[in-house]
Design a protein around this ligand. Structure first.
Ligand SMILES: [Zn+2]
Length: 156
Protein backbone atom coordinates (compact mmCIF):
# COMPACT_ATOMS: atom_id res chain seq x y z
CA UNK A 1 0.00 0.00 0.00
CA UNK A 2 1.46 3.35 -0.98
CA UNK A 3 1.84 6.18 1.48
CA UNK A 4 -0.76 8.21 -0.39
CA UNK A 5 -3.23 5.36 -0.12
CA UNK A 6 -2.58 5.17 3.60
CA UNK A 7 -3.24 8.90 3.98
CA UNK A 8 -6.46 8.59 2.01
CA UNK A 9 -7.36 5.60 4.14
CA UNK A 10 -7.23 7.81 7.24
CA UNK A 11 -9.88 10.00 5.66
CA UNK A 12 -12.03 7.21 4.22
CA UNK A 13 -13.17 6.29 7.71
CA UNK A 14 -14.99 9.57 8.29
CA UNK A 15 -18.58 10.53 7.55
CA UNK A 16 -19.57 10.97 3.90
CA UNK A 17 -23.30 11.74 4.29
CA UNK A 18 -24.52 15.23 3.49
CA UNK A 19 -24.99 17.31 6.64
CA UNK A 20 -28.50 18.42 7.58
CA UNK A 21 -29.39 21.86 8.91
CA UNK A 22 -29.12 20.77 12.54
CA UNK A 23 -25.62 19.32 12.02
CA UNK A 24 -24.48 22.46 10.19
CA UNK A 25 -25.80 24.67 12.99
CA UNK A 26 -24.05 22.48 15.54
CA UNK A 27 -20.77 22.96 13.67
CA UNK A 28 -21.32 26.72 13.46
CA UNK A 29 -21.79 26.73 17.23
CA UNK A 30 -18.62 24.68 17.79
CA UNK A 31 -16.74 27.04 15.47
CA UNK A 32 -17.87 30.11 17.41
CA UNK A 33 -16.77 28.48 20.68
CA UNK A 34 -13.33 27.72 19.21
CA UNK A 35 -12.92 31.24 17.77
CA UNK A 36 -13.86 32.83 21.07
CA UNK A 37 -11.44 30.61 22.95
CA UNK A 38 -8.55 31.25 20.53
CA UNK A 39 -9.35 34.96 20.06
CA UNK A 40 -9.06 34.76 16.28
CA UNK A 41 -11.56 35.21 13.43
CA UNK A 42 -11.63 32.81 10.49
CA UNK A 43 -14.71 32.33 8.31
CA UNK A 44 -16.44 28.95 8.31
CA UNK A 45 -18.04 28.51 4.86
CA UNK A 46 -20.95 26.08 5.09
CA UNK A 47 -22.04 26.37 1.44
CA UNK A 48 -20.80 22.87 0.52
CA UNK A 49 -21.71 21.03 3.70
CA UNK A 50 -25.12 19.90 2.46
CA UNK A 51 -23.50 17.76 -0.24
CA UNK A 52 -22.42 14.12 -0.01
CA UNK A 53 -18.71 13.36 0.39
CA UNK A 54 -17.55 16.95 0.85
CA UNK A 55 -14.32 17.64 2.71
CA UNK A 56 -13.66 19.97 5.62
CA UNK A 57 -10.50 21.99 5.15
CA UNK A 58 -8.66 25.27 5.45
CA UNK A 59 -8.26 27.06 2.12
CA UNK A 60 -5.05 29.11 2.21
CA UNK A 61 -5.92 31.27 -0.83
CA UNK A 62 -9.31 32.27 0.57
CA UNK A 63 -8.16 32.16 4.22
CA UNK A 64 -11.30 30.36 5.30
CA UNK A 65 -12.39 26.91 6.38
CA UNK A 66 -14.89 24.96 4.31
CA UNK A 67 -17.24 22.77 6.29
CA UNK A 68 -17.77 19.36 4.71
CA UNK A 69 -19.46 16.06 5.39
CA UNK A 70 -16.29 14.58 6.87
CA UNK A 71 -16.38 16.98 9.83
CA UNK A 72 -18.19 14.15 11.61
CA UNK A 73 -16.61 10.90 12.67
CA UNK A 74 -17.27 7.70 10.74
CA UNK A 75 -16.88 3.93 10.82
CA UNK A 76 -13.09 3.86 10.32
CA UNK A 77 -10.67 2.47 12.89
CA UNK A 78 -8.03 5.22 12.94
CA UNK A 79 -7.85 8.04 15.47
CA UNK A 80 -8.59 10.34 12.55
CA UNK A 81 -11.84 8.52 11.79
CA UNK A 82 -12.83 8.90 15.45
CA UNK A 83 -12.13 12.65 15.77
CA UNK A 84 -15.26 14.48 16.90
CA UNK A 85 -16.54 17.50 14.98
CA UNK A 86 -15.01 19.66 17.73
CA UNK A 87 -11.59 18.01 17.34
CA UNK A 88 -11.78 18.15 13.54
CA UNK A 89 -12.65 21.86 13.55
CA UNK A 90 -9.93 22.56 16.13
CA UNK A 91 -7.46 20.92 13.70
CA UNK A 92 -8.68 23.14 10.83
CA UNK A 93 -8.49 26.25 13.02
CA UNK A 94 -4.92 25.27 13.91
CA UNK A 95 -4.14 25.11 10.15
CA UNK A 96 -5.52 28.65 9.84
CA UNK A 97 -3.50 29.90 12.83
CA UNK A 98 -0.32 28.29 11.49
CA UNK A 99 -0.89 29.86 8.07
CA UNK A 100 -1.62 33.32 9.47
CA UNK A 101 1.53 33.18 11.62
CA UNK A 102 3.72 31.72 8.85
CA UNK A 103 4.23 28.42 10.65
CA UNK A 104 2.77 26.11 8.00
CA UNK A 105 5.16 23.57 6.45
CA UNK A 106 5.70 22.35 2.92
CA UNK A 107 2.63 20.67 1.46
CA UNK A 108 4.74 18.21 -0.54
CA UNK A 109 5.35 14.56 0.36
CA UNK A 110 6.48 13.53 2.86
CA UNK A 111 6.65 16.85 4.76
CA UNK A 112 2.88 17.29 4.57
CA UNK A 113 2.59 14.42 7.08
CA UNK A 114 4.72 16.34 9.60
CA UNK A 115 2.62 19.44 8.95
CA UNK A 116 -0.52 17.42 9.71
CA UNK A 117 1.06 15.97 12.88
CA UNK A 118 2.13 19.40 14.11
CA UNK A 119 -1.31 20.80 13.33
CA UNK A 120 -3.07 18.11 15.36
CA UNK A 121 -0.67 18.61 18.29
CA UNK A 122 -1.18 22.37 18.13
CA UNK A 123 -4.97 21.84 18.08
CA UNK A 124 -4.69 19.53 21.10
CA UNK A 125 -3.65 22.54 23.22
CA UNK A 126 -6.88 24.43 22.58
CA UNK A 127 -8.40 25.04 26.00
CA UNK A 128 -12.00 24.23 25.16
CA UNK A 129 -11.27 20.63 24.13
CA UNK A 130 -12.30 17.68 26.24
CA UNK A 131 -9.70 15.25 27.43
CA UNK A 132 -10.95 12.71 24.87
CA UNK A 133 -10.69 15.18 21.97
CA UNK A 134 -7.20 16.09 23.08
CA UNK A 135 -6.11 12.47 23.25
CA UNK A 136 -7.61 11.66 19.83
CA UNK A 137 -5.75 14.59 18.26
CA UNK A 138 -2.45 13.48 19.80
CA UNK A 139 -3.06 9.94 18.54
CA UNK A 140 -3.90 11.35 15.09
CA UNK A 141 -0.58 13.21 15.16
CA UNK A 142 1.17 9.95 16.07
CA UNK A 143 -0.38 8.23 13.05
CA UNK A 144 0.92 10.96 10.76
CA UNK A 145 4.40 10.63 12.29
CA UNK A 146 4.29 6.88 11.65
CA UNK A 147 3.31 7.49 8.02
CA UNK A 148 6.18 9.97 7.65
CA UNK A 149 8.66 7.46 9.05
CA UNK A 150 7.38 4.66 6.78
CA UNK A 151 7.73 7.01 3.82
CA UNK A 152 11.31 7.74 4.90
CA UNK A 153 12.08 4.02 5.27
CA UNK A 154 10.68 3.30 1.80
CA UNK A 155 12.73 5.98 0.07
CA UNK A 156 16.19 5.04 1.43
ZN1 LIG B 1 -5.02 18.89 8.32
Amino acid sequence: MSTTTKLEHLWIGRNLDALDRRQIENCEHIWSVLLQSEEIFVQLDVSRAGRVGTMTGFNEQETKVYLGANVYEGPGFSANARLSAMACLAHELAHAQRHVHGRGRSKTLPEIFLDEAETSIEASFMRVLSRRDRRDLVEDAGDYLTIWMRHEDNTK
